[in-house]
Design a protein around this ligand. Structure first.
Ligand code: EPZ
Length: 462
């Protein structure tokens, strides 16, 4: 296991890029299983959740190779319809494969995805939608078995909540269903539009993705294509908050500023100067951040729940008292207790977090509770006096590509070492040789951006 060690109080400055969006790459990789051909996915982030998605595709009989930030999926030989328990547990959001497997194989077997650190993560909306498209479900000892005796047929579906994953599963399953599907109260996240762009490039007929009503006219089959994943808006937001916590001045380039719309007014209220131009956002932080009266997490385009924990960290050292209400997940404050150990003054009552700003934090030994909460602890360590160690880095590696490399490039004193302290990991993570073919073993672990090589640059340019 590894840990991250930070000597705090270093002012961050400079320019960075961010990796491709995890939450776009995952549904797009799932959708490649529906394609009877070869899909080249560029700007695909090197993350353990992406490794897990590749393992599922391999298990389903797809041929998957990865070169830098390009993942190539040949699904012509796909012959499976089951996601085994171990692979389901490796990545909770594996349920997003359901629509593709049903659309391609006409049946699907998966285990009920357990909850995770941020909530129970039910999939009732996914199941109900697949049944409305013609799937029949039988459950047995935690196994979900779907049959589609008549093939998937288009339907009019209304989601009671604009679930991102359910929206993605419906769009994927409806892409090759018979007839038209009209989905209302769909999630509007940018990752939905990116998924639809990929599927339309494969020959699908999807209209309205990104709005709350999406119309999908099923087609016979989908062909392969090349697609470049959009930049990760959550990672971009997180690094801007890192700059804000260290009186820094950073620019995040090659992003889509509109995707960070709800964050900008919050950072402005905290006293940051923000300049947006083209595909850049530059941020200059004040000597002392101001409190942010009230932030409510909402479905897009509202304030993203995935930035709630990093924002909580920033507000611990703001001048005044801030309130955050988490409206999306029922238990997404596991980082609060750890932040209190840094000297933060936080109280949590149900879905409401009250943060009374303190003049400074003091570095501690801490353990990441989950992906975004884990990065909140890194942010606290960057601002804190003294040394911080963060264990449980495997949570953070699910959604951020080599964070220590990005932060080192901005001037942070941060390194990744083995938990037992032996040997400092080089500033980039070693990884096994690229698998040549359909390696049944897990693909090589994620690689850091610092090892970006020419092929990567070429990938990004595509
Ligand atoms: C996606 O999760 C993201 N994950 C999450 O990012 C993100 O926080 C979330 O959307 C909200 O934006 C991926 O895209 C891989 P939901 P998802 O379905 O699809 C309830 C991260 O840190 N719900 O929109 O699982 C659910 O319990 C991760 O990158 C049901 O009740 O989110 C939650 O309270 C975390 N029944 C709310 O809806 C269902 O069938 C939102 O869930 C499905 C969801």
């Amino acid at each position: 296991m590894e840990k991250i060690i930070i000597q705090g109080q270093k002012r961050l400055s400079g320019e960075i890029e961010v990796h491709g969006s995890k939450n776009s790459a995952l549904p797009i990789l799932a959708a490649t299983a529906l394609v009877n051909g070869v899909s080249e996915i560029h700007n695909c982030p090197r993350l353990s959740d992406v490794d897990a998605a590749i393992n599922i595709l391999t298990h389903l009989g797809c041929k998957v190779t990865r070169e830098g930030h390009t993942v190539t999926v040949d699904s012509t030989g796909m012959n499976g319809c089951e996601i085994p328990d171990d692979l389901m547990r490796e990545m909770r959001s594996s349920v997003v494969f359901l629509g593709a497997i049903l659309g391609r194989a006409g049946e699907a077997k998966l285990s009920t995805p357990g909850g995770c650190e941020i909530g129970l993560r039910p999939i009732d909306l996914h199941i109900s939608a697949m049944e409305q498209l013609g799937a029949q479900l039988t459950e047995d000892a935690g196994k979900l078995m779907f049959q589609v005796p008549q093939g998937l047929c288009g339907a009019r579906i209304t989601l009671t909540f604009p679930s991102v994953g359910a929206t993605e599963n419906i769009i994927i399953a409806a892409a090759t269903a018979k007839g038209r599907t009209v989905l209302t109260n769909a999630a509007r996240e940018p990752e939905i539009s990116d998924l639809a762009d990929f599927l339309n490039a494969c020959g699908a007929r999807i209209h309205g993705a990104g709005d709350s009503t999406v119309v999908i006219d099923g087609v016979e089959a989908l062909h392969g294509t090349g697609h470049t994943v959009i930049p990760d808006r959550i990672a971009a937001s997180t690094y801007l908050l890192a700059g804000a916590m260290t009186q820094g001045k950073i620019c995040v380039k090659d992003i889509i500023p509109a995707h960070l719309g709800a964050l900008l007014p919050v950072m402005k209220e905290a006293g940051c100067d923000l300049t947006v131009s083209g595909r850049w956002i530059c941020m200059s932080a004040p000597p002392r951040l101001r409190r942010v009266k009230m932030t409510r997490t909402m479905p897009y385009p509202g304030f993203p729940t995935d930035v709630q924990a990093p924002l909580s960290a920033m507000l611990t050292i703001a001048d005044g008292t801030s309130v955050i209400v988490e409206n999306i997940f029922e238990s997404r404050y596991k980082h609060a207790g750890e932040l209190v150990r840094f000297g933060a003054k936080i109280s949590v009552e149900g879905r409401t977090e009250v943060i009374e700003g303190v003049p400074y934090l003091t570095g501690v030994h801490t353990v990441a509770p989950d992906l975004r909460g884990g990065f909140a602890l890194i942010l606290a360590g960057l601002a804190a006096h003294g040394e911080t160690t963060v264990c449980g880095v495997e949570h953070i590696d699910r959604g951020y590509e080599a964070p220590e490399c990005v932060l080192q490039a901005l001037g942070a004193d941060i390194k990744r070492i083995q938990e037992d302290g032996t040997g400092e990991k080089k500033s980039t993570k070693e990884f096994a040789a690229e698998p040549t073919q359909n390696s049944s073993a897990a693909v090589e672990p994620a690689r850091s951006t610092a090892q970006t090589d020419e092929s990567d640059t070429a990938d990004r340019a595509k």
